[in-house]
Design a binder for this molecule. Structure first.
Ligand code: ARG
Length: 452
């Protein structure tokens, strides 16, 4: 083979440009493995100590930027092992006893994801706290609630904001549940069939803080479900962020004008000086696409893999790192953005162009007077058409006009207001101020309990 071609092949095989990110997990895993080997008298205590201190010196080198990654060694495991030879000589060769890179990489990935999930959970809780605070501060602000992006019924903006609290709560549940599947220790599976030495897998698990050990060596080296689950949870969280970002974009338009996004998160246009483009919100929405893409990539990569380890699995890393970074950055930036968003209460008040959002309340009014709901709905539907046609608000119609549509209408129909509409939705989970206030209390308790 030509030298040039060799290099191309070598680069193609190599994962060191990206899996070097797992150096800390690789080292901590190796130390636990060496300790266990000594405890089981597979290597001597002195050798284990020499290995451990050599590995710690390598870690220091990497962290101080003194480590030279060698492209001749294709991945992080081989780079560290080669360096260990330089540090401690022949003893380095004992570390890989009763281990394969197949169970080693599974371990590294699991250690890595455990940390990442904990970070995401913290980020989500911080975001939720900011949402509760925003809801508290804006507790009396009313906006039109939308379905089909048509004004539907009045709601508290606090209620709208807290809808996202619930979404992010489900996201946390998904990540926590995924964590349980990640939190299983694969070392001891060897290449695929287990190992021939009297190892103590539970001791390694305990040392590394895992709750249990994998129970089938073949599955353990070829399983990437825990990564796929992480991707899926991340994709859903990004979808939530993207929906929220989209609403911020909409609400910050001059047509809506509900909010002003802090200028740290917008940018001006080079030719239109009046513009404040919501670039950050747009990027969060845009980056959601690549997170979906990473989920699709790993699912597709896995779909026809025979058991057990196959080199295809090396492709699990770049997408994972990309999603980990995209998710964490999106979450923290979004949190800062929403924290500094300003709600324009004056402008919001003018959002109700008419009082047609009270249509459901008028139907409910007729129900109270004894009309079955379906009939009441039909009456108000005719009434609305009429009001629209003569360009009148409901409260501008005369009682006579009302009564032309139903004899059940009386003077008290004029008491229906937007405030009343809101306070009458006094059901658990509804938009009545009392309900939203008690939701806020509940949410604080939830967050505080989780932080314990
Ligand atoms: N770099 C490899 C990966 O990321 C490590 C495992 C290699 N195992 C092997 N049998 N070649 O998957």
């Amino acid at each position: 083979m030509l030298k040039g071609k060799n290099e191309i092949v070598q680069n193609y095989l190599s994962s060191i440009p990206f899996d070097r990110r797992l150096y800390a997990q690789d080292i901590v895993g190796s130390i636990a493995h060496a300790r266990m080997l000594a405890k089981q008298s597979i290597i001597t205590n002195d050798d284990a100590k020499t290995i451990e201190s050599g590995l710690l010196r390598i870690k220091e080198k990497i962290e101080e930027g003194r480590f030279k990654y060698n492209p001749e060694y294709e991945d992080i495991h081989m780079n560290i092992e080669a360096e260990l030879y330089k540090e401690i000589g022949e003893i380095a060769g004992k570390l890989h006893t009763a281990r394969s890179r197949n169970d080693q990489i599974a371990l590294d990935l699991r250690l890595f994801l455990k940390e990442q999930i904990s970070t995401v959970l913290r980020c989500l809780s911080t975001l939720q706290e900011i949402l509760i605070r925003k809801a508290e501060v804006n507790i009396s602000t009313i906006i039109p609630g939308y379905t089909h992006l048509q004004q539907a019924q009045p709601i508290l903006i606090a209620h709208h904001i807290l809808a996202y609290f619930d979404m992010f709560q489900r996201d946390k549940e998904r990540f926590s549940s995924c964590y349980e599947r990640v939190d299983v220790m694969p070392l001891g599976s060897g290449a695929l069939a287990g190992v021939t030495y009297p190892i103590d897998r539970s001791a390694v698990a305990k040392d590394l803080g895992f709750s249990s050990v994998t129970s089938n060596s073949i599955d353990a080296v070829s399983d990437r479900d825990f990564i796929i689950e992480y991707h899926a949870a991340a994709a859903i969280t990004m979808m939530h962020l993207s929906r929220f970002a989209d609403e911020l974009i909409l609400w910050s338009t001059s047509e809506f004008g509900f909010i002003t996004i802090n200028s740290n998160f917008t940018s001006g246009s080079s030719i239109m000086p009046q513009k404040r483009n919501p670039d950050i919100a747009e990027l969060i929405r845009g980056k959601t696409g690549r997170v979906y893409g990473n989920l699709m990539a790993i699912l597709t990569c896995m779909k026809a893999l025979p058991l057990s380890y196959n080199r295809d699995l090396q492709e699990d890393k770049e997408g994972l790192f990309d999603t980990v970074d995209t998710l964490e950055h999106s979450l923290t930036i979004f949190t800062d953005m929403i924290d500094t968003v300003q709600f324009n209460t004056e402008q919001i008040r003018t959002a109700f162009k008419n009082d047609y959002v009270l249509a459901t309340d008028i139907a409910d009014y007729l129900v109270q007077k004894g009309l079955p709901f379906r009939e009441a709905h039909a009456v108000v539907s005719r009434l609305s058409n009429y009001a629209v046609k003569c360009k009148k608000n409901f409260n501008e119609l005369s009682l006579k006009e009302y009564q032309d549509f139903s004899p059940f209408f009386d003077d008290d129909v004029y008491k229906l207001t937007i405030d009343k509409s809101i306070s009458s939705r006094d059901v658990f989970g509804g938009t009545a101020p009392q309900q939203v206030k008690s939701a806020i209390e509940r949410y604080w308790k939830l967050i505080k309990n989780e932080n314990k």
